[in-house]
Design a protein around this ligand. Structure first.
Ligand code: ADP
Length: 195
């Protein structure tokens, strides 16, 4: 299974990624988590990424693409993976296509987790209080939502055009949303389409 999970900041991607990855026995690869680990470890990658993350901007494509290519080349991704938070730009879509083509592999599905913008802001502000993430301040949250709408929302149309997209409502209890995602994936793979 090669899956992507996309959705705006605060939609609950991280929580759901862990559940879906476990269900399919593949690693969950979160670019946000990898960047945060590098920031915490004061690595050169972390130092580069931090400037962008703290401002609510995307880390440059060439930096992110190289990081993902390294991660997907690790043995645990041979049989599949769930990418959380990548790709986020059309250029990253192309880069991922090339990585997969090189291995003769292809994506199976893309899950888009949706939520209403007011709810997203509410969740992110709550998380800011609980976890103190540097990019969860009011102004940065607004910037992240804008960047998502401008850069990442268009990817849904791209993957829908490839008949890979399953759109899921991210509002509700964690288990409820997880069930919705599994149901959406099942009906996607049951759809009579040529891939
Ligand atoms: P969220 O989904 O809440 O925005 P993430 O944990 O997925 O948070 O990402 C946090 C930050 O890491 C992003 O705001 C961005 O700066 C950086 N980042 C993560 N994934 C990517 C990506 N694919 N391309 C560029 N930057 C990324």
């Amino acid at each position: 299974m090669r899956l992507l999970l996309m959705g705006p900041p605060g939609a609950g991607k991280g929580t759901q990624a862990a559940a879906i990855a476990e269900r399919f026995g593949v690693p969950a690869v979160s670019t946000g988590d990898i960047f945060r680990a590098n920031v915490a470890g004061l690595t050169p990658l972390g130092r580069t990424a931090r400037r962008f993350m703290d401002a609510g901007e995307y880390v440059p494509d060439e930096v992110t693409n190289a990081m993902v290519a390294d991660r997907l080349a690790e043995a645990d991704c041979d049989a599949g993976f769930l990418l959380d938070g990548y790709p986020r730009t059309l250029q990253q879509v192309t880069a991922l296509d090339e990585m997969l083509e090189r291995d003769g592999a292809a994506l199976d599905a893309v899950v888009l987790l949706e939520a209403d913008p007011d709810e997203l802001v509410r969740r992110l502000l709550l998380r800011a209080q609980q976890q103190g993430r540097a990019d969860d301040t009011d102004a940065v949250i607004r910037r992240r939502l804008d960047v998502y709408a401008g850069e990442t929302a268009p990817l849904a149309a791209e993957y829908d055009g490839r008949r890979l997209l399953a759109t899921v409502d991210g509002l509700g209890a964690v288990d409820e949303v997880a069930q919705r995602i599994l149901a959406a994936l099942a009906s996607l793979s049951a759809r009579p389409v040529s891939r």
